[in-house]
Design a protein around this ligand. Structure first.
Ligand code: GCU
Length: 381
């Protein structure tokens, strides 16, 4: 008998026990949404802070300020208003900040919902003059669908090489007497913190509907988007594109990139405590389906690519599928299947979306089209 003919609940038990995943509902398992909201969600989030992503020293700084440094009401042949905002903050270690590029559709009903891309590629990818165009951030398509297209370069929050945490948000706020604690935030958490500060700006712009905003990221940016959505419940939709290891992929599958390898290649991405799990995925107190579940009852989308074995597409799919049990507590549907779909057949029926795209590790026009379709269902436009 094919495993896909096994009734859903039985199949869930079968593959969960084969992997011995921690219960997505927590321990003891939440029996109601109240249980989840009051007890198991905070506990789960805390475990991820302690052992994986680290703890940001602060939320919104009292010193946070916004300055529009460029504005063009007729950008993109009049289709959008471009605003580039310098977001600044300061802490014990001095002042820092980052640039937020925002295209607001001129035709949309205001305030408009939108998509915030955490950009982990070079400046040419997010060219505000639109002379250079890149499918990684297809502003024209996003705006044509009535959404704000916003992005910021992650490196302005923390460079991707800062092993000593000595620039950007880390330099401004890290103030650890007696050494860096094992649960101190690291680079991915600083990037996610930046996404929240961008949302702080959206809340001040009358043309933007901050309560209907998606956070999107690819690969290391996808890991970051998931952490941003988990830590900041103001994001209405979280989108993980090919996020792989310590993104959506289940660690216990030990397939593709593994914890020891990611900690060795990118020792600055996660907190010090995460290194205790090098080669010991089964000892992690959580697994990544629980990260996806932290978005409930808000919408979440996980996407994989068929040639992206390093990111373990099946592990990404399963995390999205198992997260569904938490959505059920809210009376909402998740993926409603344990059968991995064939390539290019998106599943978008419930509050969890998923697709496997044909092709390599990338964020493409095809991926964005699915995110915009899913946004049409979950972001008020
Ligand atoms: C490396 C890394 C991945 C990461 C990817 C990326 O391949 O091993 O974990 O997702 O870079 O960010 O492009």
């Amino acid at each position: 008998m094919s495993k896909y003919l096994i009734p859903l609940t039985f199949a869930l038990v079968l593959s969960a026990s084969a992997l011995e995943l921690p219960n997505v509902l927590g321990s003891p398992p939440a029996k109601s949404k109240e249980d989840w909201i009051k007890i198991q969600r905070p506990k789960t989030l805390e475990l991820f802070k302690n052992h994986v992503y680290g703890r940001a020293p602060l939320g919104k700084p009292t010193t946070l300020s916004f300055k529009i440094i460029e504005e063009d009401p007729k950008a993109m042949d009049g289709a959008a208003t471009l605003r580039i905002i310098q977001i600044s903050y300061s802490g014990p270690g001095g002042e820092s900040g980052f640039k937020l590029i925002t295209f607001i559709p001129n035709k949309a009903t205001k305030p408009a919902p939108g998509y915030l891309l955490i950009c982990n590629r070079g400046p040419e990818t997010i060219d505000p003059t639109r002379k250079k165009k890149d499918d990684f951030w297809p502003v024209e398509s996003i705006v044509a669908r009535g959404y704000v297209a916003a992005t910021f370069p992650n490196s302005e929050l923390s460079t991707d090489k800062d092993l000593n945490f000595n620039n950007g948000a880390h330099k401004a706020f890290d103030n650890y007497d007696g050494g860096r604690p094992g649960d101190a935030w690291a680079t991915i958490a600083a990037w996610a913190w930046g996404a929240s500060r961008a949302l702080d700006y959206f809340e001040t712009d009358p043309a933007i509907d901050a309560s209907n905003f998606a956070v999107v990221g690819h690969s290391r940016g996808g890991k970051t988007a998931l952490w941003a959505g988990a830590t900041d419940e103001r994001f209405a939709l979280t989108i993980s594109n090919n996020s792989g290891c310590t993104g959506a992929a289940l660690a216990r599958r030990k397939t593709g990139e593994r914890v020891a390898r990611i900690n060795k290649s990118f020792p600055h991405w996660f907190c010090g405590n995460y290194k205790n799990f090098d080669g010991k995925e089964n000892e992690l107190p959580i697994d990544q389906h629980q990260l996806v579940a932290l978005m409930a009852p808000r919408a979440v989308y996980v996407a994989s690519a068929s040639k992206d074995d390093w990111a373990d597409p099946e592990g990404e799919f399963l995390a999205a599928a198992y997260a569904g049990a938490v959505y059920e507590l809210f009376g909402l549907k998740g993926l409603e299947t344990m059968e991995m779909p064939v390539a290019d057949q998106p599943i978008q029926l419930g509050h969890i979306g998923y697709h496997l795209r044909t092709g390599k590790h990338d964020l493409s026009q095809y991926d964005w089209e699915q995110y915009l379709n899913f946004g049409d269902k979950h972001l008020k436009n």
